[in-house]
Each structure stands twice: as C-alpha cells, then as structure tokens.
Design a protein around this ligand. Structure first.
Ligand code: SF4
Length: 181
C-alpha cells in the first residue's frame, strides 16, 4: 500500500522515486518560517488579545511560534502590541537593534501602527517612524484570528526571502533611511 506522507508545505523542487531535491534558500526559508521566535513587546490592551492567541483555543504553537523570547538576541520576530509613547520609542528601537538578522517586525493594532485614538503629543503616531515594519494588523483590538493571519503573512515573507536579501542594496538603503547600522 502506498501512503503519501509528504508534508503540506513541501518547497518547490525536483522529485522522483526515493529522492527530492530543492535549493538551499527554500529549505532555510521553510525552517525559518516554521520556527519563529517572537518577542512580545506588549504595552497595553492588544497584549491581552495576544495572550488569547497563545492560549489553548487559538494555540499559536500550531504554527511553530510558541517559544516566546524575552531576550532580543534570541528572537527573530518583534511583535509590537499596544500604545507606544514617545518616551518608549528609544527603548523599542534599542530592542530592535539588539535582534540579530534575519528579523521581522509585526505591528499589531491601531495604536502600534498609527497611534490609534491617541492623537496626542506624547504618543508615537506609528512605530514605522522609528523602525521598519513588515506586517501591520489593523483593529482595536485585532481578534486572535487576525494575529494568526499576520503570523502567516510573516511566514510567507520568511519562506520566500532570498538568503542574500539582507545584503542587498535595497535593504541597506532602507536601513540608512532609518539611521540603522
Ligand atoms: S489598538 Fe486598541 S486594543 Fe490595541 S492597544 Fe490600542 S487601544 Fe488598546
């Protein structure tokens, strides 16, 4: 009896009887996408919604991202959730700078993405003013399903990213625009 045991997410490649060949960047991308280590930078209510996403009903662990990292040096996905005050801005930026490449940033909710309802002198009107953002999740607060959708989008980015992207001229240009080293 033939049993098809191929995983759902097999990367594109050549296959035949007893062999499968693909390129290194696709294997690396697959591994990165399915083993994200998020750093939850939660400052207010969106963080509560994230806790629900981590809990048993939504279970972020199904996507390989259940290992939260509270050390920036051991994280590759910065999840910013909540209102970021201007005083907090330099701290957030320092956390981002401490993360090693490759790294991705997910901005969860209206506050992190645009300041939300807090159009005041003390609130940063979007974290993309100080660090680059890969995926935005709209809502106040976003539902856990939206958070999962955001994670899936980050996975797509990680899966399809060229191994050379971080050394490209465009990437360096983006870093220069943010004054990052
Ligand atoms: S977007 Fe809404 S739920 Fe999220 S931190 Fe801001 S006020 Fe709270």
């Amino acid at each position: 009896m033939n049993i098809d045991i191929r995983p759902e997410n097999t990367p594109p490649g050549l296959e035949g009887s007893g062999f499968f060949a693909t390129s290194l960047d696709k294997v690396v991308g697959l591994a990165r996408a399915n083993s994200l280590w998020p750093l939850p930078f939660a400052t207010s209510c969106c963080g509560i919604e994230f806790m629900a996403t981590m809990a048993s009903h939504y279970d972020l662990g199904r996507f390989g991202a259940e290992r939260l990292s509270f050390s920036a040096r051991q994280a590759d996905l910065l999840m910013v959730m909540g209102t970021i005050s201007k005083k907090m801005g330099p701290v957030l930026r320092q956390v981002y700078e401490q993360m090693a490449e490759p790294k991705w940033v997910l901005s969860m909710g209206a506050c992190a993405s645009s300041g939300g309802i807090f159009d005041t002198y003390s609130v940063l009107q979007g974290i993309d003013r100080i660090i680059p953002v890969d995926v935005y999740i709209p809502g106040c607060p976003p539902r856990p399903e939206q958070v999962l959708d955001g994670i899936l989008k980050i996975q797509e980015l990680a899966k399809n990213e060229s191994l050379r992207r971080r050394h490209s001229a465009e990437y360096k240009e983006m870093q220069n625009a943010y004054g990052l080293e």
